[in-house]
Write a new protein. Structure first.
Length: 291
């Protein structure tokens, strides 16, 4: 196989993986703190993507102006959903996980219907930065590189928030040891609300970047949710660094299978890889065995 071809496919895979990582990070923040499997995650991503597409179509709104707007709106929506619905989950962990699956499944269908009503069922994309930069034998799509860099910046800001702020320390404490966090005086209900809101806002930000690369419609959310689950399961549930590794693996799998097989096989590749990794290492690539 020609080295330049391998390099090109690797670049393409890693660039797409960066956007997958951002989407999955939002899901991982929610799961890490609340142990909620959010089946409506993809709908938040796609809602922001469609909003960006419509604003671009009608008023040529710059995506990097729409992104912070979508972030703020999604943050408020996430906080509202947490306070109105998810805070009512049972205290028992097993019952809460089952109820959260059913509740977020219902929310997923609600938002699919809402997006169909607001945005219609048409597939949409944003023809922004449609060119490519050539560096030696490699061609780098401008939209993919910009989405990758923006995803990286948001991921770094999230890491700094979690590491260096009081809110971040509260989030990490609640994620690692709920009883210990309560004993230390952490307002767990507030942390859960802010965590769900933050995870939803990150999902919306990833949607504004995803629309630069892919064509979506209101019913695409389920695919995004599945891809995000594949990423975090590969890297290890609740593991920040593992999410980045899992996203890179998924991006590379999509890139190489899309070239050597077909687009349909490329869509299935992440889930096949996901199943294989779970069979070999159920905790994920960087997850702790027995966790």
């Amino acid at each position: 196989m020609h080295a330049a071809l391998i390099g090109q496919l690797t670049i393409d895979g890693l660039l797409v993986g960066g956007v997958y990582a951002l989407s999955a990070l939002g899901l991982n923040v929610i799961f890490g703190v609340m142990r909620i499997v959010n089946l409506a995650h993809g709908e938040f991503v796609i809602g922001a993507a469609l909003l960006a597409a419509v604003l671009f179509e009608r008023w040529h709104a710059n995506l990097f102006v729409v992104l912070p707007l979508a972030f703020v709106l999604a943050f408020g929506l996430g906080a509202l959903i947490q306070r109105a619905f998810l805070r009512r989950l049972p205290e028992d962990l097993a019952s809460a996980e089952t109820t959260s699956l059913l509740m977020t499944f219902g929310l997923s269908y609600f938002f699919v219907g809402a997006w169909l009503a607001f945005f219609s069922g048409n597939f949409r994309s944003v023809p922004y930065l449609t060119g490519a930069w050539t560096i030696g034998p490699f061609s780098i799509a401008q939209a993919r590189l910009v989405a990758f860099v923006a995803s990286g910046i948001i991921a770094v800001l999230l890491a700094m928030l979690l590491r260096y702020t009081a809110l971040g320390r509260s989030i990490r404490a609640t994620s690692q040891n709920l009883q210990g966090a309560l004993a230390c005086g952490v307002d767990v209900e507030r942390v859960r609300t802010l965590s769900f809101a933050l995870g939803t806002a990150i999902a919306a930000a990833s949607g504004c970047l995803l629309i630069l690369i892919f064509t979506v419609n209101p019913e695409t959310g389920a695919n995004v949710t599945l891809a995000s689950f594949a990423v975090i399961a590969l890297g290890g549930l609740g593991n920040y660094a593992g999410t980045l590794v899992g996203a890179a693996v998924i991006g590379l799998a999509v890139s190489f299978t899309g070239y050597f097989a077909t687009a349909q096989v490329a869509q299935a590749a992440p889930y096949v890889l996901f199943i294989l990794v779970l069979l070999v290492r159920p905790a994920g690539i960087l997850g702790k065995s027995g966790a």
